[in-house]
Design a protein around this ligand. Structure first.
Ligand code: DCP
Ligand code: MG
Length: 449
């Protein structure tokens, strides 16, 4: 039986085709519309939409946000500009060729993080179970919210979508389903200003003809492995048992077998539930020298910082882990106030603890990380925190050099985002340090994003 909801008046309609209350034809018509609880919300052309909101003269202009110098890349493009074939991560010179009339603006990160924060506050007013994925998207679990919001999640989300337009002045697209994978898949189906539902029983047919890479987390390396076994379409995975996939491709195969069938048991977990982000390395030969250990510490700080920035979180606690030559583990924790995700702040906080432990002892492992995680808002919010740095002063009033170092680190992050991870090295990382083994080509958890 169909369940019809009007996106104009946000009421339940008695019939499909036209709303029985307001005659609108903009309807959500799905048999499970009022039964599903897991949503994925993603802003449409986020940076560009904020700029259009702030300058109405840009409303009908193809707009690109990104670096406009010789080696600049597109951060995002409005949907008008996308009609010319422009997309995120495209070299700017190519985008300009496709649409010479496009307006190009540099990103204003502090503005975007502010608006991202407003959006998250609005989400948290719907449910405490908000799991941010990046500056402009999050999963929401609306289970058990019917009474408090006076209606099923589908209605709550339609109201939310309208409220974001009214209060923030940008549009979002929403996917509603029974799990995270299908909700995220659904939110992409009808952008911009979309509202799509994808239920479990539709998922198999929906996914069948898609290439395996459609499933988030099937990166080039895993896709190659699958192709070597003649598996290129999701349908082929659906035809194999979970056991077979697990035997042939290990844990990745096991996950893929579930996702290919629209099955995903991961919970929506608010960021505070994630306990820590850290990175550690075991040395090929034990190290006792402080300077050599500091180099290794710096490298782990950079790696932990990179992961925290990518996930949009900051740590209120810095953690140090050492394992000595007798395999004894030493753990130290220091507060980070205010919370940060900067490698420099992490290193400076942990270095004194490291120095205290060194002296006659040799170590086989070092690790650094962030704990007491919170969403990273403010100037240290992301890997590409922007060129406008007016918020720097708040960071550390007792350390006059902190804003300068923070600025330098963000400049490096931007350069790395453009030219690759190894393009820029901070002084400490240069030297005869044995390189870490390369990251595995595909992430172990397709959704650990
Ligand atoms: N972003 C970036 N570089 C990328 C991808 C994205 O700087 N390679 C930034 C700009 C985007 C923002 O992150 O506005 C959000 O990313 P999305 O992938 O959600 O892209 P958009 O919101 O711009 O567009 P869409 O409507 O497809 O979600
Ligand atoms: Mg988006």
């Amino acid at each position: 039986m169909s369940d019809v909801w009007c996106r104009s008046c946000m009421q339940k309609s008695a019939t499909s085709g036209r709303c029985t209350h307001c005659a609108s034809t903009c309807l959500i018509d799905h048999p499970q519309a009022a039964k599903l609880d897991i949503a994925h919300v993603d802003c449409d052309a986020f940076y560009a939409s904020i700029e259009k909101r702030d300058d109405p003269s840009l409303a009908s202009v193809p707009l690109i946000i990104g670096g406009n110098d010789r080696r600049g890349v597109v951060a995002t493009a409005c949907y008008l500009a996308r009609a010319f074939g422009i997309h995120s991560a495209m070299p700017m010179y190519q985008a300009k060729k496709l649409c010479p009339d496009a307006r190009i603006l540099p990103p204003s990160m502090s503005k975007y993080t502010r608006e991202g924060q407003r959006l998250r506050t609005m989400m948290r007013n719907l449910t405490p179970l908000v799991e941010p994925l990046s500056i402009d998207e999050a999963f929401l679990d609306l289970t058990g919210t019917r009474r408090v919001h006076g209606g099923p999640p589908v209605q709550t989300l339609m109201r939310f979508q309208k409220a974001v337009e009214d209060e923030i002045g940008i549009t979002v697209s929403i996917g509603l389903s029974c799990n995270k994978f299908l909700a995220k898949t659904a939110s992409d189906l009808d952008k911009p200003r979309g509202f799509s539902i994808l239920a479990q029983d539709e998922a198999i047919a929906f996914l069948a003809d898609k290439p395996v890479q459609f499933i988030y987390g099937v990166g080039p390396a895993f896709a190659r492995k699958l192709a070597a076994a003649s598996i290129t379409r999701i349908k082929q995975v659906q035809n194999l048992s979970v056991d077979t996939m697990a035997k042939r491709f290990g844990e990745q195969g096991w996950r893929l077998a579930h996702l290919a069938n629209g099955l995903d048991t991961r919970k929506v977990s608010p960021v505070s539930i994630r306990k820590s982000i850290s990175s550690e390395t075991t040395f090929s030969k034990n190290i006792s020298n402080l300077a050599a250990l500091e180099k290794q510490l710096w490298r782990q700080c950079e790696r932990a910082s990179f992961h925290a920035k990518t996930k949009g979180v900051a740590g209120g606690t810095a953690t140090l882990k050492l394992k000595d030559s007798y395999h004894q583990i030493i753990s130290r924790q220091k507060p980070l106030d205010p919370p940060t995700n900067l490698a420099d702040a992490l290193f400076r906080t942990l270095q004194p603890s490291l120095a205290k432990e060194v002296g006659g002892r040799s170590f086989r492992l070092i690790g650094a990380g962030f704990a007491s995680l919170c969403p990273a808002f403010g100037p240290d919010s992301g890997p590409d925190s922007g060129p406008d740095l007016e918020g720097d002063e708040w960071r550390d009033l007792l350390d006059a050099e902190a804003p300068r170092r923070a600025k330098a680190e963000r400049a490096m992050d931007r350069a790395r985002a453009r030219f690759g991870q190894n393009a820029v090295q901070k002084g400490r990382a240069i030297g005869p340090v044995k390189p870490d083994p390369p990251d595995p080509p595909d992430p172990p958890d397709p959704f650990d994003i």
